[in-house]
Structure formats: structure tokens, C-alpha cells
Design a protein around this ligand. Structure first.
Ligand SMILES: NC(=O)c1ccc[n+]([C@@H]2O[C@H](COP(=O)([O-])OP(=O)(O)OC[C@H]3O[C@@H](n4cnc5c(N)ncnc54)[C@H](OP(=O)(O)O)[C@@H]3O)[C@@H](O)[C@H]2O)c1
Length: 229
């Protein structure tokens, strides 16, 4: 029977590569979510890819997701890949930038999980949260990324907390802290820097991790990094 994979933050960068990769395998039904994905649906000819516009920053996120996912009773894999990066000196950050960063990078993930965990808990599943080396304790830190990295650090902690809270269920929660990958987000954080890893290469790693590694670990925070600029 087909496995259902939900990818949040699937319109570009690493998330779009994840969709393209899994779309090649008819054993998977891929549900791709992002704010702008319906407008430029690259997978419209594929029967096993469904795209839906979802905004993690919306005040109606939970009810939007309930409606969007109402036809899907069972989710096997969830990749929380969306991210918002603001690159600005700490003293200049506006309240809106701080609130939006926390809404997209952690609060929206929590709300999404409240909708999706009930669709995973009966049969089991793997939830993979995509965080950053900037959120990994003891890693090199970079000025200007305080609201991004601290909100992603909350996501790493949430992973451990949910692994504990659901330890007697069939669910597994793990978190990948990525190093530099050549995407739009990286260019925003480090203009001119060339990363040693492409979005496709990182997507291959994340897909393999998501589909296979749940057998061996739960509540783990894993650095996946060749370099941080
Ligand atoms: N690239 C790197 O070097 C690097 C390093 C460490 C961690 N990461 C993490 O890896 C993940 C993927 O990053 P990327 O480099 O591929 O970034 P990206 O190219 O900027 O893509 C980000 C994705 O998140 C979605 N997104 C942003 N705001 C959203 C919202 N409000 N609601 C729903 N979706 C939203 C975007 O889609 P829409 O704009 O259509 O909504 C897009 O699909 C992120 O979580 C990022 O923090 C990346």
C-alpha cells in the first residue's frame, strides 16, 4: 500500500527537490505544502503529487490544514522543512520580524503537528524536523541570525520533547540540523558564499533518513553539515 509523505515548505530549494525525488517513486503519495506552491506547480502532470497552498504564518493555519488534509486519514512521513530567515542586527529587528520568524519556524510547526499527529498515531510514522547548524548547541554562530537561529533551536528542543511525550506510541521524531546548502535562503544569510552541497544532494540525504532511519532512532538532534560559512 502507498505511503503518504507530507512535505511542508515544498515550493523551492531543498523541499522542492524532496518532492521531485519522491515523485519518481509510485510507492509514495506526496502532499506538498507551501504558501506559493499552487501557482507554480511543477508536478501537475504527476498523479502521485498533490500540492496545496498553506501559510504557516496564517492566523487560521490549523483550520486551513484541517480542510486541506481532510481527505487524507493516514500520514506515514512528515518533513517539516519550511523556514523563514531574517538576516538583521539584533537591535534593529522589528517585532513583526521576530513574531513571523517564531510563527513559521516553531509555532506553525507545533500547530501543524497538532493537526497531523492524529493522522499518524494509529499506524505510526516518522516526523523529521529540519533545523539548522545555527541552532545546534556549541556550533559556530553568525551575527544577524539571532531570531532565525533561536527559533530553529526551539524546533530542535521540541523534537526531544515530543519524542518523550509520545515514546509509548508508534511515532518517531528526529531533527536534522543542516549546514550550508546552495539555496535562496543561504544566499540571504551569506551573500556570495558558495556551499559545497546542492539542494538535490541534501534532499537525497533527507529522503533516505526520513524513510529508513526511523527504525534506529527517536528524539535525536543530528548535525548534517560539511560546512557552515
Ligand atoms: N540552505 C541552507 O544552507 C540551510 C541551512 C540550514 C538549515 N536550512 C533549513 O532547510 C530548510 C529548507 O531551506 P531552503 O534553503 O531550501 O530554503 P528556501 O529555498 O528559502 O525554501 C524555504 C521553503 O519554506 C517555505 N516557506 C517559507 N515560509 C513559509 C510559510 N509562511 N508557510 C509555508 N511555507 C513557507 C517556502 O515556500 P513559500 O515561500 O512558497 O511559502 C519554501 O518552500 C529550512 O527549514 C531552512 O531553515 C537550510
Amino acid at each position: 500500500m502507498r505511503k503518504t509523505v507530507v512535505i511542508v515548505g515544498a515550493s523551492q530549494g531543498i523541499g522542492a527537490e524532496l518532492v521531485s525525488l519522491l515523485a519518481n517513486d509510485e510507492d509514495f503519495l506526496v502532499i506538498a505544502l507551501a504558501r506559493t506552491i499552487e501557482q507554480n506547480n511543477k508536478w501537475s502532470k504527476l498523479e502521485n503529487v498533490l500540492v496545496h497552498n498553506v501559510d504557516l504564518n496564517s492566523g487560521t493555519l490549523k483550520s486551513d490544514l484541517e480542510v486541506t488534509l481532510s481527505n487524507y486519514d493516514k500520514i506515514d512521513f512528515l518533513i517539516n522543512n519550511a523556514g523563514l530567515l531574517v538576516n538583521k542586527p539584533f537591535l534593529e529587528l522589528t517585532k513583526t520580524e521576530m513574531v513571523q520568524s517564531y510563527q513559521v519556524n516553531i509555532l506553525g510547526v507545533m500547530e501543524s503537528l497538532q493537526v497531523m499527529i492524529p493522522k499518524m498515531i494509529q499506524t505510526g510514522g516518522h516526523i523529521v524536523n529540519i533545523s539548522s547548524m545555527g541552532a545546534f548547541q556549541g556550533s559556530v554562530k553568525f551575527a544577524g541570525l539571532s531570531t532565525y537561529a533561536s527559533s530553529k533551536a526551539a524546533l530542535t528542543n521540541l523534537t526531544e520533547m515530543l519524542a518523550e511525550e509520545f515514546k509509548n506510541s508508534l511515532l518517531k521524531f528526529n531533527c536534522l540540523c543542516l549546514g550550508a546548502v546552495q539555496t535562496e535562503m543561504l544566499s540571504k544569510a551569506f551573500p556570495g558564499y558558495i556551499a559545497p552541497v546542492s539542494p538535490k544532494e541534501m534532499a537525497e540525504y533527507i529522503a533516505d533518513f526520513t524513510l529508513n532511519q526511523w527504525k534506529w532512532m527517536n528524539g535525536k538532534i543530528i548535525p548534517v553539515s560539511l560546512s557552515t560559512p
